[in-house]
Design a binder for this molecule. Structure first.
Ligand SMILES: *[C@@H]1O[C@H](CO)[C@@H](O)[C@H](O)[C@H]1NC(C)=O
Ligand SMILES: *[C@@H]1O[C@H](CO)[C@@H](O)[C@H](O)[C@H]1NC(C)=O
Ligand SMILES: *[C@@H]1O[C@H](CO)[C@@H](O)[C@H](O)[C@H]1NC(C)=O
Length: 377
């Protein structure tokens, strides 16, 4: 007969396995937000450290010798960006702060070089660990867009893991969300080695479309083709990773705090899939053709008409020739609930500095608060 405590211990083990928590809110912080003008400025102290479990500082680079390289000396070092973010751990001792290396505009060359040359790998791991120690970081987030070869990516991740694991540093990645599009992902191997896989479930449609379309639909639209429904939404992407062998407790769904906007060809035709004349003008803060932060949507398009799509579970907004597919409090709540239904690790945000910080749409930090409310609910 089992002593009572053994039975209790077994029971506890079983229940934690069944009810593994969906509790992670991984907040990417685009550090250049500190340099934006006016209401667009967002400095490290604007981060509410109780609304994130992880903050991913974006971005650092890799130099040609594969050493971690600061990309904006003035912002990251002289103004203290890196240290001021990790200092938030004083306010929330459970907070993890990650160094995010790469990004959409980084060259893949140094990632490939580190994977293929053990000496360069040593440079990457030792410079990363030096960074963690100097700036009080908890690990590395690899945002290589995108690895084309599974063996190369596996070697890179394994090399990093071997160096980080003995010291307890975390290793996470951000990955492409179009099912099957990138050849470089060995999902079971990645799931073994990594702590978190952030699936970038946005940019499913953008300015190249030629017609109005959503940035980050959770589900396919009833009028979409089968191919669209199976490839161009967050649910399809998450199912691809789970069906491919990823541990759900290592997967997070990406939530976009921005949208893609268009100039309508005809302001009277403002539905989904209507003709567009051009991508939308850059916003004053994010300065990106064809996209606007939620902060810019809230501040400059308060009078727009919002339509919520029941099939895709995201809103769009139009006003004269302006049209944007984006996320609001309702849609980020639904995405967070989806993460819980699928027993995922949680959600991640790209990126927190474009939340509504000046109460144009509602409460300060409205989107991130909605995510937290749903995750704790
Ligand atoms: C490693 O980095 C150092 C500079 O810190 C450089 O001198 C050396 O050549 C690098 N090693 C390799 C194999 O690139
Ligand atoms: C689907 O297309 C039909 C016919 O064009 C249209 O009436 C309907 O509103 C569309 N539904 C959605 C959800 O877009
Ligand atoms: C919204 O409409 C009001 C009244 O027409 C106008 O005064 C205001 O400037 C508009 N706000 C924006 C952000 O367009």
């Amino acid at each position: 007969m089992f002593p009572k405590f053994v039975i209790l211990a077994l029971f506890a083990l079983t229940t934690t396995q069944i009810h593994a928590a969906t509790d992670k809110v991984i907040c990417y912080y685009a550090s250049w937000g500190a340099q934006r003008p006016g209401n667009g400025q967002f400095v490290p102290e604007d981060i509410n450290p109780d609304l994130c479990t992880h903050i991913n500082y974006a971005f650092v680079g890799l130099d040609k010798d594969c050493n971690i390289q600061v990309l904006d000396e003035e912002n990251d070092i002289n103004q203290g960006g890196l240290k001021r973010v990790s200092a938030l751990k004083e306010k929330n001792p459970n907070l993890k702060v990650m160094l995010s290396v790469g990004g959409a505009t980084a060259s893949p060359d140094s990632f490939v070089a580190a994977a293929n040359d053990p000496e360069k790998m040593k440079n990457m791991t030792s410079s990363a660990i030096e960074f963690f120690e100097t700036y009080n970081y908890d690990g590395l987030d690899v945002d290589w867009e995108y690895p084309q070869d599974k063996a190369t990516f596996n070697r890179l991740l394994q090399g990093l893991k071997d160096a980080f694991a003995p010291k307890g540093y975390l290793l996470t990645v951000a990955v492409n969300s179009i099912p099957g599009e990138v050849g470089g992902y060995d999902i079971p191997a990645m799931s073994n080695v990594l702590d978190i896989i952030n699936v970038m479930t946005y940019d499913f449609h953008a300015m190249w479309a030629g017609f109005t379309a959503e940035n980050s639909p959770l589900y396919g639209g009833v009028n979409e083709s089968d191919w669209q429904q199976q490839n161009r939404n967050a649910d399809a992407a998450i199912r691809y990773w789970l069906d491919g062998g990823a541990d759900p407790q290592k997967v997070t769904i990406g939530i976009a705090f921005y949208g893609h906007h268009f100039i309508l060809s005809d302001p009277s035709k403002h539905g989904l899939n209507d003709a567009t004349a051009a991508p939308g003008e850059p916003g004053p803060y994010t300065v990106n053709l064809g996209s606007l932060g939620y902060n810019e949507i809230c501040e400059f398009h308060r009078n727009g008409t919002v339509v919520f799509l029941d099939d895709m579970k995201v809103p769009y907004m139009y006003e004269d020739t302006f049209w944007i597919g984006y996320d609001n409090e309702q849609s980020v709540t639904i995405k967070t609930e989806y993460a819980k239904e699928k027993n995922l690790a949680g959600v991640f945000i790209w990126s927190i500095e474009t939340d509504d910080m000046h109460e144009f749409c509602g409460e300060k930090n409205g989107l991130l608060k909605a995510v937290n409310k749903a995750i704790k609910n």
